[in-house]
Write a protein that binds this ligand. Structure first.
Ligand SMILES: Cc1cc2nc3c(=O)[nH]c(=O)nc-3n(C[C@H](O)[C@H](O)[C@H](O)COP(=O)(O)OP(=O)(O)OC[C@H]3O[C@@H](n4cnc5c(N)ncnc54)[C@H](O)[C@@H]3O)c2cc1C
Length: 482
């Protein structure tokens, strides 16, 4: 009898973590409803569909529903609710924590939904939630416009925007989520909602920084900003032994920078990139990546002192297409490597922070790892802390220790280096880390610390209103108030 049952269905994990049987009839009825694909482990595309950016994540979902539009998302949510299945949401699949996938549950996968429509007259764009940053830039740059977003083109717009979203244009134009006009989404009840400043305002507040806790966004409507197509920017590198002095010089140089100028410090082993001379490859280096979002000549004058400092190994700063600058770091974030990330908001680059950075970066364990400081402030910090769920608007930097390696047998060594580095930064922290950079082992307290008590409570109440069962729980989870 038991055998017969197993043959007539598939095993799934329920919302409460138990194992249950989903009948073959139920799976067939789902396949009949969904316009996209319903993939099972026996399907040819299954292994490809369960690959995400972080090669460390090896989860085996029971079902992957690749949606083609909001109707598929609604049906998938209702199906999961009826059968009490644990679900994950996949946007661009870039999150280091790997919450886009779920073992033995159901993935609601938006990667087929990538339509982008720019309206140059109203300077707005609507993009479906499976689109990547590179795809968004490609369409918007046709009109010399852009949504302020992140710095690696293969990142998904969905997870990035819902966690906040910062990159080269954040100081000038704010976060990606600060440029949101509205979203279309599907709630935990399978209800379709349009959410904006004037419709479900409470939810709009929570979606701008609260991550994937409140529903499945099917498309985003953003305001567009003028940029490019040519901008001034690029990478400048010095040998690591100059790091203590160079970083202090950089800190003083940047202290009164205009919003147009974003300069991110980096420490790493120089990669074998075509824009770097061969003799530099593999050398421990410190440097900056620059983007000036204003007239090129003005930017050249402004950054001259930075370029004149010491004897750089490489000065790759010059006029470049905006899209080229947006992809400058793509090679350092190749999909499929093993990744472990730790991060911290920092109020400033104090002498102690600089010394800690140099000490630990000098012990770097992999040529693929990068330490980078996202340069914040400017427009991000001028928006009231309580205006959106995104937290730590006053942080000067979001520091990321992005550890990457190829050999899975070496994982322990690299993870230990990352943790020790991050631990050493704790005394200098603003008190939390960007939710989008948190790893899978960081836990609830870290999420709470990041939002702070008052904001976490507000988010928790919102969660209770829109998702009281915590149906959307595979994320940097906000628990509904009890
Ligand atoms: C190489 C790299 C570079 C990065 N650079 C930046 C950067 O410059 N700036 C920055 O701000 N961040 C950056 N990030 C962090 C990035 O914002 C997060 O990893 C983000 O979660 C990626 O979104 P995704 O849709 O690709 O991820 P996914 O892994 O698909 O999703 C992550 C989570 O977001 C939620 N989610 C995804 N789609 C939806 C949806 N449609 N509706 C509701 N919830 C959803 C889910 O909870 C999901 O688990 C970077 C990450 C990487 C790996």
């Amino acid at each position: 009898m038991e055998l017969e049952l197993l043959h007539s269905g598939i095993s799934i994990t329920t919302l409460s973590g138990e194992e249950a049987l989903l009948t073959e009839d139920a799976v067939e009825s789902l396949k009949g409803q969904i316009q996209g694909d319903v993939l099972l482990p026996s399907d040819d595309d299954y292994d490809q569909a369960r690959k995400i950016w972080n090669g460390m994540i090896d989860k085996r979902p029971a079902l992957i529903v690749r949606c083609t539009g909001p109707a598929d998302v609604i049906d998938a949510v209702k199906f999961a609710r009826t059968h009490n299945i644990l679900v994950s949401i996949r946007g661009g699949g870039h999150n280091v924590a790997g919450n886009a996938l779920v073992d033995n549950g159901m993935v609601i996968d938006l990667s087929k939904m990538r339509g982008i429509h720019v309206d140059p007259k109203s300077r707005t764009v609507r993009a479906e939630a499976g689109a990547t940053l590179g795809e968004l830039d490609r369409e918007t740059q046709v009109f010399g416009l852009a949504v302020p977003s992140g710095i690696v083109t293969t990142t998904g717009i969905a997870g990035l925007t819902l966690g906040g979203g910062f990159g080269w244009l954040a100081r000038k134009h704010g976060l990606s989520s600060d440029n949101l006009i509205s979203v279309d989404m599907v709630t935990a009840e399978g209800e379709f909602l349009t959410v904006s400043e004037t419709e479900h305002e409470d939810l709009f507040w929570g979606l701008r920084g609260g991550g994937g806790n409140f529903g499945i966004v099917t498309s985003f409507e953003y305001r567009l900003q003028s940029i490019g197509p040519m901008v001034l920017g690029g990478m400048l590198l010095h040998p690591m032994e100059d790091a203590p002095k160079f970083l202090r010089f950089y800190r003083d140089f940047i202290s009164d920078a205009p919003d147009e100028l974003a300069v991110a410090p980096i420490l790493r082993l120089a990669p074998p990139a075509p824009f770097l001379p061969e003799e530099v490859h593999g050398m421990p280096v410190v440097g900056v990546i620059v983007l000036y979002a204003g007239p090129i000549e003005k930017g050249e004058k402004l950054i001259a002192p930075l370029r004149q400092y010491g004897k750089p190994l490489v000065d790759g700063i010059g006029p470049k297409p905006f899209r080229l600058l947006q992809s400058l770091l793509d090679a350092s974030a190749r999909p499929g490597l093993n990744y472990y990330v730790k991060s911290e908001f920092l109020p400033a680059l104090s002498d102690d922070v600089i010394d800690t950075l140099v000490e630990h970066a000098s012990k770097i364990t992999s040529p693929l790892s990068v330490i980078a400081g996202f340069h914040l402030g400017g427009a991000v910090s001028r928006i009231d802390e309580d205006a959106t769920a995104y937290s730590h608007r006053d942080a000067a930097y979001s520091l990321i220790i992005n550890c990457a390696w190829t050999d899975p047998d070496e994982s322990e060594k690299h993870i230990q280096w990352t943790r020790a580095f991050w631990q050493a930064l704790q005394p200098f922290s603003s008190g939390g880390a960007y939710v989008n950079f948190q790893s899978r082992d960081e836990g609830e307290d870290r999420v709470k610390a990041t939002y702070g008590t008052a904001k976490y409570e507000r988010l928790s109440k919102l969660k209770k209103k829109y998702d009281p069962l915590n149906f959307f729980r595979l994320n940097q989870n906000i628990r509904p108030t009890s």
